[in-house]
Write a protein that binds this ligand. Structure first.
Ligand code: HEC
Ligand code: HEC
Ligand code: HEC
Ligand code: HEC
Ligand code: HEC
Length: 414
């Protein structure tokens, strides 16, 4: 036994390539085994633990026979490799030093890889270096998620998805270099990762509860920019989330944009508006919240928001009407108020062919079909029951387009 070990060590020490191979393999194996079984939520660890260390491990395994081969070639055969003494203080010092150096090396290399990967996944890199994403980055900075990193939604934790997205990243880098990307760009053929692994890492569905009062202010296109208020009691936690989140709802889309959903099933009961075959997809957060961070406005809603916030002065006659015309290109935008120009720059990106309505928002049903893609009274099951469009299913219409809703006075909100 001792002699087998001794000749093995002799082989390793005979050529520096083999020695380095052995050290690299051992240390990367040790580090891999230490980290691989620890839970981690940060996707960057994926590449370090599951790609860098195994790569070093394999590299080491290749270096060992390569070194032995070099040595045996030099000496004219394996038999002529001199056997070394593996005991004694000199040997201990030698192995100790080599071990220490390797640990330091691997640590430096992995830290270097870690920082560069982290940089490539940072919002600066994703949003700014990669100029084709300017529209998404602009909207992102203006959203509730502007402190959430791109990869929290686009990659999520775990090694397999990390590799999946890195490979598609290489493809995308080519597309950007050779300008073969789609304009406007779409979310990887609509194949964003299931939201249980992304959104639900921060938003815990068990904690969704309660209704939410929504006060929506709009302005007429008249001389006074008259304010009209709609008050909705949204059954967010009590019905909307309850009816879909954690329920087995599937659909088949007739288009890649998922606007036309003729076939829906809820826990096995099929509701359809017409027959269609195709891939079934499980409904998740993103089917409603498709614009949680890259939300683009429509002209009238954007102007309403600026009038509500006071950024646009409501006392200027016909301001709402004129601002909308300027944003639509029917009046010169050069003559517009700074706030209107800002709305334009926030939403229109000619170089990426992003314009009004390029990216519809599926929450609601006012400007885009949204909920009514399914809740249209047209998707029926075998017994003729439809996915409901009843107006008080999702919200109570407490006030609709009123100038002074009574309810706001009662609530002390006016
Ligand atoms: C809160 C989650 C979230 C964050 C954070 C996020 N995205 Fe997105 N992103 C999405 C969703 C959801 C979609 C749309 C998926 C769909 O429509 O199917 C999307 C779509 C996209 C698209 C495709 C074009 C489009 O608008 O549909 C690009 C490009 C994109 N994101 C880039 C980024 C960049 C760059 C960042 C960081 C600066 C980022 N995203 C941060 C959730 C997110
Ligand atoms: C890294 C954590 C994180 C992830 C991942 C995340 N969110 Fe959020 N989300 C937040 C935070 C923080 C807020 C802001 C809360 C606030 O402002 O009160 C927020 C706010 C929201 C809101 C309210 C938005 C608004 O404009 O008021 C919605 C809706 C939402 N997230 C949906 C999603 C969806 C859908 C996904 C997955 C595509 C997602 N989130 C992923 C942390 C996250
Ligand atoms: C059937 C469509 C639908 C699905 C599926 C859905 N939501 Fe929502 N969600 C809504 C609507 C509608 C609102 C209320 C929006 C509003 O009017 O403010 C909302 C509100 C929210 C809010 C803000 C909560 C608040 O009280 O202000 C968060 C956060 C959120 N959703 C996260 C999620 C996450 C995470 C998932 C997936 C687990 C999800 N939603 C699935 C429709 C949906
Ligand atoms: C992919 C299709 C689809 C979309 C899109 C969709 N729903 Fe639903 N929804 C369903 C199905 C299916 C049911 C369950 C019907 C049943 O079991 O009777 C349902 C049930 C509901 C219920 C419970 C109804 C009841 O009778 O209690 C509410 C509330 C609801 N949805 C709100 C929304 C809102 C709000 C949106 C848009 C933000 C939306 N849904 C978008 C398919 C959809
Ligand atoms: C499947 C759920 C659902 C049904 C059914 C439904 N709504 Fe809505 N409705 C919504 C959601 C979600 C919003 C968006 C609230 C927001 O702006 O965040 C909304 C918004 C509205 C608004 C405000 C739109 C705006 O921006 O001014 C009105 C008005 C409205 N609904 C009326 C109706 C009427 C009338 C019906 C019956 C024909 C109806 N809704 C049926 C889910 C529903």
């Amino acid at each position: 036994m001792k002699s087998v070990f001794q000749s093995f060590v002799s082989y390793l020490l005979c050529d520096w390539v083999a020695s380095i191979g052995a050290i690299v393999t051992t240390t990367s194996a040790v580090i891999f085994l230490t980290f691989a079984f620890q839970g981690f939520s940060n996707p960057y660890y994926g590449i370090v633990v599951f790609l860098v260390f195994p790569a070093f491990f394999v590299l080491g395994l290749i270096l060992v026979p390569a070194g032995v081969w070099r040595c045996s070639k030099r000496r004219g055969g394996l038999r002529n490799i001199p056997s070394v003494d593996v005991t004694g203080p000199a040997a201990i010092r030698f192995f100790g030093l080599l071990g220490l150096l390797t640990v330091i090396n691997v640590a430096i290399v992995s830290a270097g890889t870690y920082t560069s990967v982290k940089y490539m996944d940072s919002q600066q890199f994703c949003g700014r270096v990669c100029h084709v994403m300017t529209p998404q980055y602009t909207a992102y900075q203006d959203s509730a998620h502007s402190r959430v990193e791109c990869v929290s939604c686009h990659v999520g934790p775990g090694a397999a998805w990390f590799v999946h997205y890195k490979l598609s990243g290489i493809h995308q880098a080519f597309a950007v270099t050779f300008r073969t990307y789609d304009r406007p760009i779409h979310a990887g053929n609509r194949s964003l990762r299931p939201s249980a692994d992304t959104c639900e890492q921060c938003h815990w569905p068990e904690k969704f509860q309660g209704d939410k009062l929504k006060v929506l202010k709009k302005y007429e296109e008249d001389a006074h920019n008259t304010e009209k208020i709609t008050v909705l009691m949204m059954h967010v936690g009590t019905r909307i989330h309850k009816a879909h989140v954690g329920k087995n709802i599937e659909y088949i889309a007739a288009d890649t944009e998922r606007h036309d959903l003729p076939w829906v099933s809820a826990n096995g009961v099929v509701y359809k508006s017409r027959d269609i075959a195709g891939e079934r997809r499980k409904m998740d957060c993103i089917d409603c919240h498709n614009r949680p961070t890259h939300a683009f406005d429509m002209p009238a809603t954007a102007v309403d928001a600026a009038l509500e916030s006071g950024e646009l002065d409501r006392t200027i006659p016909y301001l709402k009407r004129d601002a909308v015309l300027q944003l639509m290109g029917k009046k010169p935008i050069e003559e517009a108020q700074p706030a209107v120009k800002r709305i334009y720059a926030r939403n229109i990106f000619p170089e990426m062919m992003v314009s009004w309505g390029t990216y519809p928002n599926n929450i609601g049903h006012d400007l885009f079909p949204g909920c009514f893609r399914c809740h249209d009274d047209n998707h029926k099951n075998d017994s003729g029951k439809a996915i409901t469009q009843d107006c008080s299913t999702c919200h109570e219409l407490v006030a609709v387009s009123e100038e002074n809703p009574e309810i706001l006075k009662q609530l002390g909100a006016k």
